[in-house]
Ligand binder design. Structure first.
Ligand SMILES: Cc1ncc(COP(=O)(O)O)c(C=O)c1O
Length: 391
């Protein structure tokens, strides 16, 4: 609610809003009460700051079934985590397999690595964005080192068969990197059960933490030494040495961390656990189902992704015949107080897959605080805005 008007925020796939109140409270408390640089000094405030960060590590490790909290390397966002994994692992001559629905935080590093001699195979997904595990298996070469996939498309919400592919990656002794930016916080993720070696996450999307939080979680099968750090510098540990420490997480956490942000992320994960990840996921699925049902009834509206809401998460994407998505988004904002994202969603490959490149689509992504009433209002707003545009 802003100045007495009810805003409908359906852009949680970009970043979640609002956040649970405890997030800002924890950040304010950290800044006002603790404030020191963790792991740098021996005084009590520095020790307390380290304790707050370790608390965040424990929560993230538990949430993702990662076991050892020291295997969580924090960074500013999922993009930094994916860059660390890709540049850290891939060398000229290595082969990597990915999908045609990846976000540019996966595709751009891969396209750059390709110019440096890494071989990249992009497996085409079908028109709903679904990936066939048999096609992944068929693309494996003797030089294949890594399979790198998003857990779900950030455009049409299609969930990729991660556990199935994780099992085949394990059988073939490859490394499996998963981008959980679109799913963490609404879909349960267990790295061990799903065979994930490296999990990139965003703290600020469905995990409900503040911007500037994210990281890369290392599974039990991968040795930290298999990755070269992207950044080197002060870690607060081994200050006598001029070379980067190799211990986790310091090897990948140079420089002062976003400690107040991580205090907020801890509080957000506690909030999610108290609300129940399963319950939040169920409410989310209901919103996705209701969006699909409501939007599909609007004349001229084309929905992308599968119609089975169980195969989708995070977002719903659509276009309306002869309505420019940009103009539709503008009208939804101006006349209907509805915030969404239009265009290509930093995922040109996904839009090519569903046939909406280069004009893009409209994306609605509900969040933890979205109500049934807002979903209803959003559907009515699309019907009204498209009617106005088609007049
Ligand atoms: C699927 C996917 N991967 C990666 C990212 C990048 O996340 P971040 O903004 O945390 O870097 C996004 C952001 O929209 C995304 O949707």
């Amino acid at each position: 609610m802003i100045a007495g008007r009810q805003l409908i925020y359906l852009d949680n796939a970009a970043t979640s809003w609002p956040k649970p109140a405890v997030v800002a409270e924890a950040m304010t408390d950290f800044i006002n009460r603790v404030g020191a640089n963790p792991g740098r000094s021996g005084h009590r405030l520095s020790i307390e700051a380290g304790r707050v960060i370790n608390g965040a590590r424990e929560r993230v490790a538990e949430l993702f079934g990662a076991g050892d909290p020291l295997r969580v390397a924090f960074g500013p966002n999922a993009t930094a985590a994916l860059n660390l994994a890709l540049y850290g692992l891939l060398r000229p001559g290595d082969h990597v397999i990915t999908s045609s629905v990846e976000h540019n935080s996966m595709m751009r590093p891969l396209r750059d690595l390709e110019t440096r001699g890494t071989h990249v195979t992009v497996i085409p997904c079908d028109q709903t964005g679904m990936l066939d595990p048999a096609a992944v298996e068929a693309a494996i070469l003797p030089s294949t080192k890594l399979i790198a996939l998003t857990h779900a498309s950030n455009v049409m919400g299609t969930m990729l068969p991660i556990a199935e592919i994780g099992a085949l990656v394990g059988r073939r002794n490859l490394i499996f990197l998963v981008d959980s930016a679109a799913t963490a916080g609404i879909v349960p993720i267990d790295m061990t059960e799903m065979g994930i070696d490296l999990l990139a996450f965003s703290g600020h999307k469905h995990l409900l933490g503040p911007m500037g939080t994210g990281g890369l979680v290392f599974g039990a099968r991968i040795e930290p030494g298999q990755l070269t750090p992207l950044l080197r510098g002060g870690t607060g540990s081994r200050s006598d040495a001029e070379i980067q420490p190799t211990e986790m997480p310091d090897a990948f956490e140079s420089g002062t961390p976003n400690a107040s942000g991580l205090a907020g992320l801890s509080a957000a994960i506690d909030w999610i656990q108290a609300a129940g990840l399963d319950q939040l996921g169920e409410i989310h699925s209901r919103h996705i189902s209701n969006l699909i049902r409501g939007l599909a009834a609007i004349p001229g509206l084309v929905l992308f992704g599968d119609r089975n809401p169980l195969l989708l998460t995070g977002s719903v994407a659509f276009t309306i015949n002869s309505c420019d998505p940009g103009e539709l988004g503008f009208r939804l904002d101006e006349s209907h107080e509805l915030m969404c994202r239009v265009g290509l969603h930093c995922a040109p490959a996904a839009h090519k897959t569903i046939g909406t490149f280069p004009t893009g689509a409209v994306r609605f992504s509900p969040g933890a605080f979205t109500t049934d009433e807002e979903i209803d209002m959003a559907v009515k707003a699309v019907a009204a805005a498209s009617e106005e545009m088609l007049k």
